[in-house]
Design a binder for this molecule. Structure first.
Ligand code: ZN
Length: 401
């Protein structure tokens, strides 16, 4: 059953099974540009429901670059469309957001990304249709792009969709690894939003609701979620997306970007692995290390809420997380073609580079505890082996149990 609602950010949300059936009528009579991977176009049988003069843009890869986003924007401007449809996983939705928002000129586009210039006022409408459950991108006003190895964030209300269609049936074709990687992204969104220094009563409510839905599925589902569990994952993803729409993410996301760029670790997995070393630092932070101006009690409450959500009273959350990751996604977690070590001659220099890149992300600023460079470095050193080899991870998992 599908439902519709308009949230505080002005997004008309059509959610639930069958909601995708409304997309053809939303496109009818419009000059449409669909931004999607070739696979997503085919799986959605786009040719059967798109207006015959619709344009398509598929020239981007996972973890899209600023150049790919700019090409989408140039195509969008030159096509004179009045509706951009983003269809696919987080990468497709991010390119669709950028395609809708960025000016065609490269310098002007850089200025918009840097926040020094507003997005063009004459922009087409934006309809986002996620085909994975996890990123929550359909309800946020930011997009993640890469420039070389560095993550840049396009963050402007103009990147927010006018309409989001969240039909869990579209996630049925996601294989296990993609399904769980996306679920871990959602988990990181909910956990990080909950403890963010920017949390509000509303964002915490959404984050907790997402965790309550998500954790039982991560814990109990078979290798692939069943229909009801798919529905739950999609709902949790949108809720966690709304939560980070208010708070943004924190250090686990900040430190994930270099792991994705240099080691090819899928985004959600990189975030979850970072949580395994970040959680203990948040759990055990002394009052003087707390950066949340509302005081240490707020952070303690967030940690207590997490313990209840994970049903982990008396256990350490990091072990619970490690076991959850190990159960859902087989190592190795990095891409065999990586690592890329630009300009770094030694392992030490390379890890320093990962730390420096991650810590320069503005997502660090939401972290509720002060993180020293050496702590982040030590944290990364605990997970680098599990990204490089399966053996290291299994040994670590055994240790954790
Ligand atoms: Zn994420």
């Amino acid at each position: 059953m599908s439902s519709s609602a308009r949230d505080g950010g002005g997004i008309a949300l059509l959610a639930g099974r069958g909601s995708f059936e409304k997309v053809p009528s939303l496109c009818a009579g419009r000059r449409v540009l669909v931004i999607a991977s070739a696979g997503a176009l085919q799986r959605s049988r786009a040719i059967t429901w798109l207006p015959t003069d619709a344009r398509t843009f598929t020239a981007f890869r996972p973890n899209p670059t600023v150049a790919q986003a700019l090409a989408a924007a140039q195509f969008c401007r030159s096509s004179g469309v009045d509706l951009v449809v983003g269809l696919g996983g987080g990468s497709a939705l991010d390119v669709a957001k950028a395609g809708r928002v960025l000016p065609a000129d490269a310098h002007d586009a850089d200025e918009v990304i840097a926040g020094r210039r507003p997005a063009p006022a004459d922009r087409p409408e934006l309809l986002l249709v996620p085909t994975t459950a996890g990123t929550g991108s359909e309800v946020t006003s930011f997009a993640t792009l890469y420039q070389g190895y560095r993550k840049v964030s396009l963050d402007t209300p103009a990147a927010r969709a006018d309409i989001a269609v969240v039909d869990p049936a579209l996630t049925e074709t996601c294989p296990p690894r993609l399904t769980w990687t996306c679920a871990f992204d959602c988990l990181a969104h909910a956990m990080e939003s909950l403890w963010s220094v920017r949390s509000s009563a509303r964002s915490r409510e959404w984050a907790v609701a997402a965790l309550r839905m998500l954790i039982p599925v991560l814990t109990d589902a078979d290798d692939l979620p069943d229909t009801a569990e798919r529905d739950t994952l999609s709902r949790a993803a949108t809720l966690a997306g709304r939560a980070i729409g208010i708070t943004r993410t924190t250090a686990a996301h900040a430190m994930s970007y270099p792991l994705t760029a240099h080691l090819g670790v899928p985004h959600g997995l990189a975030c979850a692995l970072n949580l395994t070393w970040l959680v203990p630092l948040v759990e055990t932070a002394q009052p003087e290390q707390v950066t949340d101006e509302r005081g240490p009690a707020v952070v303690r409450e967030a940690v207590d809420t997490l313990r209840i959500a994970f049903n982990a009273q008396g256990m350490d959350l990091a072990s619970v997380l490690r076991a959850m990751i190990g159960r859902r996604v087989e190592p190795p977690y990095g891409d065999a073609r990586c690592p890329r070590r630009p300009g770094a001659r030694t392992d030490d220099a390379w890890i320093d580079l990962l730390v420096a890149e991650g810590m320069s992300s503005n997502r660090m600023t939401g972290t509720p505890v002060r993180l020293e460079r050496w702590q982040v470095r030590a944290g990364l050193e605990t997970i680098l082996p599990v990204m490089r080899s399966a053996g290291g991870h299994q040994a670590r998992l055994r240790q954790a149990r």
